[in-house]
Design a protein around this ligand. Structure first.
Ligand SMILES: [Zn+2]
Length: 243
């Protein structure tokens, strides 16, 4: 029961860009008491700190709300308030919510990449929302000056309008480039090609999320707070402001 995930396609300048796909047509493969499994989808299922998409499925003048999207053991379920009566539906994503997640997600890549580069601290957790985000770094004990530097470096990268590249790369190459930066061990050994996200020289990282096309769409990073979570772990909270 494999669903083709439309935003996972490599970025090759196609229009619309896979991560900017707001609408799509799909066949219903299976329905449960309150969910639908489709043969293809542009909806993001919650995971990796990025919340699920909401939206709707429509068919012959009727529609169901998509309340939540989950992925368990590779199966993507669209949880709906009613089941479609037909085998073919049109999906529409709540774009404001998704685009906010893309801005936070892409900014988080830059933040994590720069903190790794400058301080050698690894990202050990993160959670994004539509209006703020938090990232946990380890080992870290940032001073106010550090936070200012991190904020400035992020904003310099965002303002430089870097293209955000998405492409496949051999696992061995990825491993040699990122070393301890990311927990590659958690990805099953059978997977030999990885989906890489690259933002200028700020970040290069395997990821399955949805990303902006250009870093300038982020706006400005404003760090709100830092809290120590013990075990040399710092939690950095931030919001995005217009450029
Ligand atoms: Zn990502």
């Amino acid at each position: 029961m494999q669903t083709q995930v439309l935003y996972m396609e490599d970025r090759r300048g196609q229009e619309p860009d896979p991560c900017y796909l707001r609408e799509f047509d799909a066949n219903v493969l299976e329905t449960g008491p309150d969910f639908v499994i489709l043969d293809r989808t542009a909806f993001y299922a919650e995971g990796g700190g990025q919340p699920y998409d909401t939206g709707r499925l429509s068919w012959s003048g009727q529609e169901a709300k998509v309340l939540r999207v989950t992925k368990e053991k590779g199966v993507i379920r669209h949880h709906v308030d009613r089941l479609p009566a037909v085998g073919r539906v049109h999906g529409t994503i709540d774009w404001d919510r998704r685009y906010a997640h893309m801005r936070y997600h892409t900014s988080q890549h830059i933040l994590s990449g720069l903190v790794w580069k400058i301080y050698g601290a690894r990202t050990v957790g993160n959670q994004l929302y539509t209006d703020h985000a938090r990232v946990d770094f380890q080992p870290a004990n940032f001073t106010a000056e550090d936070l200012k530097r991190i904020e400035d470096e992020c904003n310099r990268t965002a303002a430089a309008a870097h293209e955000v590249r998405i492409f496949q790369e051999d696992r061995v190459v990825v491993d040699s480039k990122i070393g301890d930066r990311s927990l590659l061990d958690l990805i099953p050994a059978s997977i030999r090609r990885l989906r890489i996200i690259q933002v200028g020289s700020a970040d290069y990282c395997p990821c399955g999320g949805t990303h902006l096309k250009n870093s300038s769409e982020i706006g400005r990073v404003h760090i709100l707070e830092k809290r120590s979570k013990g075990k040399e772990t710092d939690r950095v909270g931030y919001e995005l402001l217009p450029a």
